[in-house]
Design a binder for this molecule. Sequence first.
Ligand code: DAH
Length: 341
Amino acid sequence: MKKMLQDLREVAVHAILGAADPQALEALRIQYLGKKGDLTKLLKMMGKLDPSERPAMGQLANQVRAEVENALAQRKDELSAMLLERRLTSEAVDVTIPGKPTQIGHEHPMYVVLDEIKDIFIGMGFEILEGPEVELSEYNFTKLNTDEGHPAREWSDTFYLTEDSSILLRTQTSPMQIRAMEEKELPIRMLAPGRVYRKDEVDATHSPMFHQIEGMVIDKGVTMADLKGTLDAVMKKLYGEDTVTRFRPHHFPFTEPSCEMDVQCHKCGGKGCPTCKGEGWIEILGAGMVHPKVLEGCGIDTNVYSGWAFGMGLERLAMRRFKISDLRLIFENDVRFLEQF
Ligand code: DAH
């Protein structure tokens, strides 16, 4: 019996300390200490021993059990330490591997042009204003001398937000003229770029949302000559010193007199080509002397002050500047397109 216990101890401890993984260790535990395990079987044989031998054998058996249990615990710790070690090496992060490059997009060509225009006007003493895209009809139309019944106020052209058509998505940046005159001290030199909305179907030259830049000067003794001189200078800065401009009479409700400004086609020099659709000139903006009714509506004394204003489409400027043929490209924001500028 003694020999059997000692042999079992030797074999079991050896096997346990050499177990390769937790599964093998568990199998060994069952093999020795399980209900039908080797040690359990030996203990059951105790009953057949001579009573005088039992105490010594019982003691030895308990010792063997304790040693087997210790070996099991020791190996269990060793194995989990080994496993952890193995995971740490296999899952280690190599901090020296170069990072994956992130796609950060590209500055939008329209904003490249907008920034240039802002810089030019800031250099001339203008301040940049921003105003609401959800606007009162009062500001978008009425205070701009565009009364009820004017075709520009049609529901078919304008995104109204209320049944009584008192609130809308602004159709132009011109309401910023009113906001500036009501809020600012005179004199005023302001530039107000932003989004505007009209019920237009999307095609190569139309979009229900587009951008305008409004500009306005109110001061003593301001004349049409200032308007022409300033806008001509701006176009030369934007498109080059040899840029030629012309002013044509036009009509806007909120300016008197009103005009449109064209820039001579850079492609054909005014002879007429596909770029200018045979015209020789490309229309750039609408402008005029701020209507006395508009000035007076904002509490400005027209005996002392006068002003001029203009509004231009930003997409069209960017398209001309970068020779982009389809307006939709401007809004799709495909990086493959944007990266070309
Ligand atoms: N708001 C006009 C439009 O959307 C453009 C415009 C014309 C603005 C003349 C002006 C201006 O400030 O004086 O067609």
